[in-house]
Design a protein around this ligand. Structure first.
Ligand SMILES: [Zn+2]
Ligand SMILES: [Zn+2]
Length: 390
């Protein structure tokens, strides 16, 4: 059992709940945890309870007035018109009881991961409750209230003075984190996502490269709708390797939204479990190559909570702990326990069948378009490298 990996977990993650019919459902963290426990892949000694983030920690990136509004909203005392100014009480981000406490726990979870890794008590840490990348300084957005990853990055800078590479593989653009560090050359953000042409939040264009001193430290690869594994992985692999080589981070924070899968009801990509094997594998390799192993992974989106997220997120932990050479069947015990709660048949194998979906007619066109986007996104670092070689 690997002793230098930790899994931050609490049943209290379930308290981050908008309502019964909201797509954001933290049951997926419990399903993942339970899958790993059933497999004996997660030991008691590796499970760490999260702490709750303090107000001062939230102030690192959030406005005081916003935090006060979230607290008041969670007590049921915030007038609707004021709430809406803070992005609270919308269809995406409804108000729910004690929303401040539930949200601050998710931030605390990611901070707990940071403290373990940066104190040297762990090499890798997984905080699946976090990954709320749409949270803004003074506004809730896209199911996200506080931005745990942004707080964690600022906390890493203030407390440990390190250079952070943030890699976001959620199907949606990692806008909240990008904008918070847009002018900071010591934080490099890389987001690969479905193009914002038809999808929330609409940003993440390849031309968003940062501003001021931070120009050149923001990377975006917006892939086309219906993008498949091979094209997606080509883009991810080339970009991650070249950006890591360019930036030379001290620590890598990955956001692991699992909503690029074909089954995901909110997005239009055509990825399968193949990408969820490769995403953590490369992050792991890069962390050892550049950061002496320092790697924090958080969760994120993922709206097929039964068929996609538990497998995808379990694979992050299995990769961290060097147990990822798993294939074949999902433990029957886990299926038996959860099938009665699931509206769809649970997957029986780790990998998806080859014929998961019918052939995509525009495949060649999409592949070509994505290759061009990668070239555009990486052009500055490639041309700079060429100049240095001359
Ligand atoms: Zn997403
Ligand atoms: Zn490792």
């Amino acid at each position: 059992m690997k002793k230098d990996c930790i899994f931050i977990y609490s049943d209290d993650f379930q308290k981050y709940k908008f309502h019964d019919h909201h797509p954001f459902n933290q049951l997926r963290v419990k399903l993942t945890y339970d899958l790993l426990r059933t497999m004996n892949a997660l030991d008691d000694s590796q499970i760490i309870s999260p702490r709750i983030a303090t107000d001062d920690e939230l102030f690192l990136v959030h406005d005081r007035a916003y935090i006060e509004a979230v607290k008041t909203a969670g007590e049921g005392r915030l007038p609707e018109e004021i709430a809406l100014n803070y992005g609270l009480g919308t269809e995406d981000t409804p108000i729910f009881p004690n929303m401040h406490e539930a949200s601050a726990l998710l931030v605390g979870s990611t901070l707990t991961a940071v403290d373990y890794v940066l104190s040297g008590k762990a090499k890798h840490a997984l905080s699946l409750g976090g990954g709320l990348h749409h949270g803004f300084r003074g506004k809730a957005s896209g199911f996200c209230i506080y931005n745990d990853s942004a707080v964690a990055i600022k906390y890493i800078q203030e407390k440990y003075n390190l250079r952070v590479l943030y890699v976001d593989t959620d199907a949606h653009h990692g806008d909240g984190v990008q904008w918070m560090f847009y002018d900071d050359p010591n934080v490099c953000t890389f987001s690969i996502h479905e193009t914002g042409r038809y999808l929330f939040p609409g940003t993440g264009n390849v031309n968003e490269r940062g501003q001021g001193k931070g120009y050149g430290f923001s990377f975006n690869i917006p892939v086309d709708a219906f993008t498949e594994d091979e094209s997606w992985l080509d883009a991810y692999t080339q970009a991650f390797r070249e950006i890591a080589d360019f930036f030379r981070p001290d620590i890598i924070l990955t956001q692991n939204g699992a909503d690029s899968h074909y089954y995901d009801p909110l997005t239009h990509l055509s990825a399968t479990m193949k990408i969820y094997r490769e995403i953590p594998k490369l992050a792991h390799e890069m962390a050892h190559q550049y950061c002496e192993g320092r790697w924090i992974a958080v969760g994120g989106g993922g709206y097929d909570i039964w068929r996609v997220v538990p497998r995808a997120w379990a694979l992050i932990w299995l990769e961290m702990t060097e147990q990822s050479n798993i294939s074949g069947n999902i433990p029957q015990e886990w299926i038996d326990k959860w099938q009665k709660h699931s509206p769809v048949p649970l997957p029986t194998e780790w990998d998806d069948p080859e014929d998961l979906y019918p052939p995509i007619p525009r495949k060649a066109e999409i592949t070509e378009k994505n290759a061009q986007t990668v070239m555009k996104a990486l052009y500055p670092i490639r041309s700079n490298r060429q100049k240095m070689n001359l």
